[in-house]
Design a protein around this ligand. Structure first.
Ligand SMILES: C[S+](C)CC[C@H](N)C(=O)O
Ligand SMILES: N[C@@H](CCS)C(=O)O
Ligand SMILES: [Zn+2]
Length: 324
């Protein structure tokens, strides 16, 4: 049965209510694909697995559900029509790969719920990585797209991709690792222009605990997201754990919507080698001891991003349930 727009827009609130005020997002999908042997040192990064090893994506989704995640983020972070076309796929096949990312997560949810004695709500969030992710040069961590990339360029880049993902029927759209204000604005305008009624979250990345990675103001970008009627949660992802607390405090001042955080391990990414390197700022491979502090500070949706694993998710889940 088709859900109404109102039912769709309440999915996050409902999940939080059912769960007592918090919910666990999964961990790094790409990281776990690599841990399972996938080679994603490629311009398509993890979206390469959509055509090389789709069954592995389904397995990793299942592993995250078994670890306690209630929200699965699809393998579409770096899946773009332009990226697939440049690799020789047709328009039709490129769109099918985008849909496949949602289908694999839905299949994992169905498999999990079939064998899970305690039924629980599980949401599928269709990942939309930035234009910088598609460029595959690490520019999602600088937000520097050069002077020729305009608001219209970004809207044109994301439009069909967003429509195809929405048509595949996810519960949510996850705009992730958003690096700058112009891309935030592009997403908000596209949701409206395309009459999309699927709810969305906006997750920004920061490397100083104050602004988002481009230097654009978190307060300003978060407020743009907050004013979007599709937006059901705002937060931070792929950001070192040491910055998270201050960022949550900043967000509580600009939104009443649920706040989400899914930090990375604190390492930094080398886009040329496509490897993660220990960062001088120190790393916190296991940030589970902090999650209750972050929850008290205002975050209600908590998970992990790059270089986190099902073990991280298990530890987050245990900590939020009141375990050690
Ligand atoms: C979130 S980053 C680690 C994704 C990969 C990056 N866009 C690249 O292609 O190198
Ligand atoms: N959700 C992405 C990473 C975002 S930085 C992944 O597939 O791992
Ligand atoms: Zn990440």
């Amino acid at each position: 049965m088709d859900r109404t727009t109102e039912e769709k827009s309440n999915v996050v609130e409902e999940l939080l209510r059912e769960n007592g005020g918090w919910a666990v997002i999964d961990g790094g999908l790409a990281t776990e694909l690599e841990s399972n042997g996938a080679d994603i040192r490629d311009a398509l990064w993890s979206s390469k697995c959509l055509f090389t090893c789709p069954e592995l994506i389904r397995k990793v989704h299942l592993d995250y559900l078994e670890a306690g995640a209630s929200i699965l983020i699809t393998a579409s972070y770096q899946a773009t029509i332009q990226g697939f076309l440049s690799r020789g796929f047709s328009q039709e096949d490129s769109e099918a790969l985008l849909r496949k990312s949602v289908e694999l997560a839905v299949e994992a949810r169905d498999l999990y719920l079939k064998k899970c004695p305690q039924k629980r709500q599980i949401l599928i969030a269709a990942s939309v990585g930035s234009y910088g992710a598609y460029l595959a040069d690490g520019s999602e961590y600088s937000g520097d797209y050069g002077e020729y990339v305009t608001l219209e360029t970004l809207k044109e880049f994301h439009r069909r991709r967003l429509q195809v993902l929405v048509e595949a029927g996810p519960d949510l759209i996850a705009f992730e690792t958003i690096p700058n204000k112009i891309e935030t604005q592009a997403y908000v305008e596209l949701l409206e222009e395309c009459n999309i009624d699927t709810p969305a979250w906006f997750a920004f990345s920061s490397k100083d605990g104050v602004n988002i990675v481009s230097g654009d103001s978190l307060v300003e970008c978060g407020s743009i997201a907050d004013s979007c009627h599709n937006c059901v949660a705002i937060g931070i992802n792929c950001t070192p754990p040491r910055f998270i607390h201050d960022l949550i405090i900043s967000m509580t001042k600009i939104t009443k919507k649920p706040i989400l955080i899914y930090p990375n391990s604190g390492e930094s990414y080398d886009p040329e080698k496509k490897e993660w390197v220990k960062s001088a700022g120190g790393s916190a491979e296991d940030f589970a001891p902090f999650v209750n502090i972050w929850h008290e500070a205002g975050a209600s949706l908590i998970g992990g991003c790059c270089r986190t694993s099902p073990d991280t998710v298990r530890a987050i889940s245990r900590a939020l349930k009141g375990g050690a």
